[in-house]
Design a protein around this ligand. Structure first.
Ligand code: PCA
Length: 327
């Protein structure tokens, strides 16, 4: 009798253990630098929900928007060291670490989203390898809308950019600023509005989306649709954190990431169209660039790409060849 009770108790304990095991929850924090209403952030929100559903609540990811956990330049390292499990960062800002990170910030390599996606496919194996060495797994990457020029004054040629206080976010934008004789200043997107309001900057190159998100028309009156490049945000996870998941959870994360990537690229196109309208409605003059400006920028672009290739070595040549072959 006593023995039976003991067995029953042990069985109950075992089943309790099993059920607690099954409900064990993994919690991840995710650092992002952009406001919750930005299209990348909304995409992340959906990704987090998809992961929650697919893992039956066993993996909970909490996004922290608006650089509230880490500033954008710190996010990549925070993921690498495990200070945060997941993060989103702007790839081209990290070009000094590895030239490959700056590929999608090179002027006039791509003409549109389709080409930008092809460039990404050529770049992806390199990105995965680099990030793996830095202790993280690339989950997905999504393009910002094409990058165009905002200014407080009329810009008809590169000469008009001379002396302009020029906001930069990457080695390439800094180099372009230098080549046209502007005054480059590194400002994070989270500090953009303040920098404009206080006159720290007078012009920049960024997307229609960032212009609309930050109501750039309140301080700048001109937008020139030069569409110089289509750069991406990368979403990565700390490798140890990823490897600690069950195989099922890993598959769920991968699947949600693939869906987020697809959704994000589609959203980017829609957001571009919508944001251009927001800029115009806000009183900004949204213009096609002059032929002179495009030809001047084309020359600057050639220099920048040539310099990049010199630094990027054989990987740089290989990635451009892969891209050109895929076009
Ligand atoms: N907005 C971000 C990155 C690229 C973009 O369109 C920024 O300006 O910082």
């Amino acid at each position: 009798m006593q023995r039976r009770i003991f067995c029953a108790t042990a069985a109950l304990a075992a089943s309790l253990c099993l059920s607690t095991g099954a409900y064990a929850q993994t919690k991840w924090d995710m650092a992002t630098a952009y406001p919750a209403f930005n299209f990348h952030s909304k995409n992340i929100e959906q990704f987090v929900q998809d992961v929650d559903t697919a893992t039956k609540g066993s993996l909970k990811i909490t996004p922290h928007y608006g650089a509230s956990l880490f500033k954008m330049p710190e996010i990549k390292r925070a993921v690498q060291t495990g200070n945060v499990q997941m993060g989103e960062f702007f790839l081209v800002s990290f070009q000094n670490e590895a030239q490959m990170f700056g590929l999608d910030g090179l002027p006039f390599l791509v003409k549109n989203y389709d080409e930008a996606f092809k460039l990404y496919q050529a770049q992806k194996p390199f990105l995965e390898k680099l990030l793996d060495k830095q202790g993280q797994v690339l989950l997905y990457a999504v393009a910002w809308p094409p990058q165009s020029i905002y200014s407080n004054k009329t810009i008809q040629s590169a000469a008009d950019l001379k002396g302009l206080k020029w906001r930069v976010y990457s080695p390439t934008t800094a180099r372009i600023g230098e080549l046209v004789g502007a005054q480059p200043a590194t400002i994070q997107e989270a500090e953009l509005s303040q920098a404009l309001a206080t006159g720290v900057i007078e012009g920049l190159i960024t997307s229609s989306a960032t212009g609309a998100d930050n109501k750039l028309f309140e301080n700048l009156k001109h937008f020139y649709k030069v569409q110089a490049w289509i750069p991406k945000n990368a979403i990565t996870v700390n490798k140890k954190a990823f490897n600690a998941l069950t195989k099922e959870q890993q598959a769920a994360v991968r699947e949600a990431a693939a869906a987020a990537e697809k959704r994000g690229w589609e959203a980017s196109r829609e957001v571009d169209a919508r944001s251009l309208k927001t800029l115009a409605d806000g009183g900004m003059s949204v213009e096609e660039p002059s032929a002179q400006l495009m030809s001047d920028l084309g020359k600057v672009g050639d220099t920048v790409v040539k310099e990049w290739l010199e630094k990027a070595g054989t990987d740089g040549q290989a990635v451009l060849k892969a891209f050109n072959d895929s076009k």
